[in-house]
Design a binder for this molecule. Structure first.
Ligand code: PPS
Length: 395
């Protein structure tokens, strides 16, 4: 025996061993708590009051599909466009009266989820969303966002239709771009515009910093389209949702035929032309990774991303014909054909044949394009109103 019983040394070693055991136990408990969280048993009830600022050409229709499915599953109310409208007043600033069910008179009406395209206007949004609403949005690298916008809004945006190509537009943007036309919103700092800010403001440091701080204050979570799966991991944790709630298929994508890659010098021009969006993207790309790091370690992140991707693989094999997106001529069910625009060849999906009713319903919702799904939810929420008319479905 090294130390005789009762000696101070023995007390010291006993205390040390006990302290180490307590620390070890505390560590194990922490790991256990994390594991529980990841198994889908998030702490607290799921968040159900949500405002998603649906920026353009940023994977936002895929996020909207996730929110629509959650709303339908939990019977939550949606702030949907009033009457025959298909969006919430875009490109004009959002007004509460653009929402169905919000009258000029009478008590204020609140909704659980707002996620259709709108130009952000906080005081008006607050009129229809509860005080405890969780605000989030998504951004994409402005070079790719602009390229996607150019293909999609080619015929709707005067600045784009006047230019022979995006590279030509970027070589001399002021030749084509008239900033007084609201319809040119798609052509410059589109995400900055969607946030309700001035896309033609001079890129002065104090202005940019002040507005980035405002956006960060208003949106505690900003996702990044290039890191979609990591974004879903973070979103799920923040909303305290289940894994299946954030599994999705890629919606609104273009066929390879309609994607053009800008040469490096045109990419640099795009960053300069959309300098406000570029600053926005750089800033929120940093905050996104900082938020992920604060939330979970790299191993845990890899494991959650892998779980999400595995679930997507399973659902894709269950739901989709050939596991692959299809162009409009290949999609057999007209209700699943996405809206086509400009020079973009927008893809959708065919479902596998012979699905049982419950699986069919799940799969249909996962691939249902935005307008059709919105029309479906509008009829569910306002059965007494005239159903939404989706003109291209009749063509
Ligand atoms: N999951 C996921 N991950 C990464 N990227 C994705 C995802 N889902 C959609 N997309 C791409 O987002 C583009 C469509 O964006 P939106 O749905 O926001 O467009 S819209 O404004 O609602 O019309 C469109 O980009 P382009 O194909 O470059 O046009 C989609 O391919």
């Amino acid at each position: 025996m090294l130390f005789p019983l009762g000696s101070p040394q023995r007390c010291f070693w006993t205390l040390l061993v006990l302290t180490l055991m307590v620390l070890l136990l505390a560590g194990l408990l922490r790991v256990e708590r994390h594991t529980l969280l990841l198994g889908g048993q998030a702490e607290g009830p799921p968040i159900t009051n949500i405002m998603f600022l649906k920026t353009h050409k940023t994977a936002s229709s895929t996020v909207l599909n996730i929110l629509f499915r959650f709303a339908e599953k939990h019977n939550l109310s949606l702030a949907l466009p009033a009457g025959s409208r298909l969006h919430l007043g875009y490109p004009w600033f959002f007004l509460a009266r653009y929402v169905e069910g919000v009258g000029q008179a009478g008590p204020p009406r609140h909704f659980n989820i707002m996620c259709n395209h709108l130009r952000f206007n906080p005081p008006e949004v607050q009129k229809v969303m509860p005080n405890d609403t969780f605000y989030f949005s998504i951004l994409r690298n402005p070079v790719f966002q602009l390229e996607s916008s150019f293909a999609y809004y080619r015929h709707l945006t005067p600045a784009f239709s006047a230019a022979p190509s995006l590279a030509a537009f970027l070589a001399a943007p002021h030749t084509y771009y008239n900033q007084s036309l609201l319809r040119n919103a798609h052509a410059r700092n589109h995400m900055w515009f969607d946030l309700g800010l001035d896309p033609n403001a001079p890129v002065e440091e104090s202005y940019v910093r002040a507005h980035l701080a405002h956006v960060e204050q208003r949106f505690p979570l900003v996702l990044i389209a290039e890191h979609f799966d990591e974004s879903m991991v973070l979103l799920r944790r923040r909303l305290r949702w289940q894994l299946d709630d954030v599994v999705s298929f890629k919606l609104n994508s273009r066929s390879r035929r309609s994607v053009t890659s800008l040469p490096p010098e045109a990419q640099e021009r795009a960053k300069r032309w959309c300098a406000l969006d570029w600053r926005l993207y750089q800033h929120f790309n940093r905050t996104f990774w900082a938020a992920l790091r604060a939330e979970l370690g790299p191993r845990r992140l890899r494991s959650e991303v892998a779980q999400l991707q595995e679930r997507r693989r399973v659902l894709s094999a269950l739901c989709l014909q050939d596991d692959a997106p299809k162009n409009k001529t290949q999609i057999t069910d007209a209700r699943l054909r996405p809206f086509q625009s400009g020079e973009a060849d927008i893809l959708g999906y065919n479902l596998r044949e012979g699905l049982d009713n419950e699986t069919l319903r799940l799969c249909q919702k996962m691939v249902m394009p935005e307008l059709q799904y919105m029309a479906h939810l509008y009829t569910l929420q306002f059965p007494q109103k005239r159903p939404k008319n989706i003109p291209f479905l009749k063509a």
